[in-house]
Design a protein around this ligand. Structure first.
Ligand code: FES
Length: 104
């Protein structure tokens, strides 16, 4: 994902905006990213990704998501249709609140 690609598609909050917000406000928990233009407060699709980004930032790592914007958007569309999530790109200890969909 490039810096100007949106992480929160509901509110058009880009990776760059989130990175700047974290550097400016030093959020202690991922949920504080909702103060950045409402990120994560719409359909909730981006919440595990916000958690991952916050984890990267907290460790001093480069903030990035290993997913193309097209794939990200299509997975969100599926999530909105089915209510289930493809956890790819969210796997890590950074997502304590994220529960993968049940095995089928
Ligand atoms: S994509 Fe962020 S709340 Fe919907």
């Amino acid at each position: 994902m490039n810096p100007d690609d949106d992480v929160c598609l509901c509110f058009r909050v880009s990776l760059r905006k989130l990175d700047s917000f974290m550097r400016r406000t030093h959020p202690t928990v991922p949920s504080q990213l909702s103060d950045c233009l409402g990120a994560g407060t719409g359909c909730h699709w981006c919440v595990p990704f916000l958690e991952r980004i916050h984890g990267q930032w907290s460790r001093g790592e480069k903030v990035d998501l290993p997913v193309s914007p097209e794939d990200y958007a299509s997975r969100r569309a599926r999530y909105r249709q089915t209510g289930t999530r493809d956890p790819a790109g969210t796997e890590s200890a950074d997502s304590p609140g994220f529960e993968p969909p049940p095995a089928s």
